[in-house]
Design a binder for this molecule. Structure first.
Ligand code: NCD
Length: 303
């Protein structure tokens, strides 16, 4: 593995191996000698709280140097092209470049145009992929259920614009999940759902929740859509918000996930986000272990 761009093309065995490595880091904690003298640069063209911070913490726990590229003060504001920025950064001898960008496939483009053997890690590109989020969601499910094969997993919300939903489906399918239910109002489903062949796609959230083992709620990505697509927050919550009444339709021990940032009262009630079935903060903790595993795998492969 040279880069991590998407989970779509990663075999299930590789995904399982990354999760095992993440579980190992969860047990062992830091390993500061692993990436000594390595430099990781965070290049985020979109806002981020969890992803950027956890990549930084992960890299530091493995002993790497981390640089957070400050876009608002960089020469990209002076018109420097992305290609020139890439080659400039590469000349400083980076080992890994963690990229978030609003255009689909921008991390792949950087990987194709790199002059050095810098590892490109996709931290979210447009609506296409968010591979470390897919991995950390799978890790969180495994932490509480071991095995994904017999679970009914519901993903509800802005599926159309969600790179999280796409990477989740790739990860869960590769790990053997057979009952994945995607749910959203028509306007928030992709026009062509063939990329989700194998999943059940519906607009009826109550029906989708029937006996579910896992429910993953997604934020409405207002920044990726025209105002005309937007439902009013209160109408949306009435039909697609996860509150205690709706959660009771799922299996009694159904776990609740959300990649964050949460909009309370829009897609999820505060009582559910903070409730006994919520595993949202486990996701955040697991995000660090998964990113340690990915950095270790790319920069310090095991023999
Ligand atoms: C997600 C993202 O940026 O794709 N957040 C995250 O990385 N945890 C989801 C979102 O922004 O709604």
């Amino acid at each position: 593995m040279r880069h991590l761009l998407t989970l779509e093309t990663l075999p299930g065995a590789k995904i399982a191996h990354l999760l095992e490595r993440a579980e190992d880091f969860r047990t062992r904690g830091r390993q500061r000698d692993l990436l000594v003298d390595r430099t990781v640069l965070n290049l985020f063209f979109e806002p981020s709280t969890r992803t950027r911070t956890s990549f930084e913490i992960a890299a530091r726990r493995l002993g790497a140097d981390v640089v957070n590229f400050d876009l608002s003060r960089s020469s990209t504001t002076k018109g420097e092209s992305l290609l020139d920025t890439l080659h400039t950064l590469e000349a400083m001898r980076l080992d890994a470049l963690v990229v978030r960008h609003n255009e689909n496939r921008m991390p792949d483009w950087l990987a194709e145009h790199a002059n050095t053997d810098v590892a490109i890690i996709n931290a979210g590109d447009g609506s296409r992929a968010h591979p470390t989020q897919g991995l950390l969601d799978a890790l969180t499910i495994r932490q509480h259920r071991r095995n994904l094969e017999n679970l009914a997993i519901v993903i509800c919300g802005d599926i159309r614009h969600s790179r999280v939903a796409r990477s989740d489906v790739h990860a869960f399918t590769a790990l053997g999940a057979r009952d994945i239910r995607l749910c959203a109002p028509r306007a928030l489903l992709p026009e062509d759902t063939s990329e989700f062949a194998g999943c059940v796609v519906s607009e009826d959230f109550d029906a989708a929740l029937d006996n579910a083992d896992v429910v993953i709620m997604l934020r409405i990505q207002k920044e990726r859509m025209a105002a005309a697509l937007l439902p009013a927050d209160s109408d949306y919550f009435a039909q697609y918000g996860l509150d205690a009444r709706r959660l009771a339709l799922a299996a009694p021990d159904c776990m609740v996930l959300h990649p964050g940032p949460i909009n309370r009262g829009v897609e999820i009630a505060g009582e559910v986000a903070d409730g006994a079935q919520s595993r949202i903060l486990d996701q955040v903790s697991n995000g660090v272990f998964v990113r340690m595993a990915v950095l270790a795998e790319l920069l310090a492969p095991r023999a």
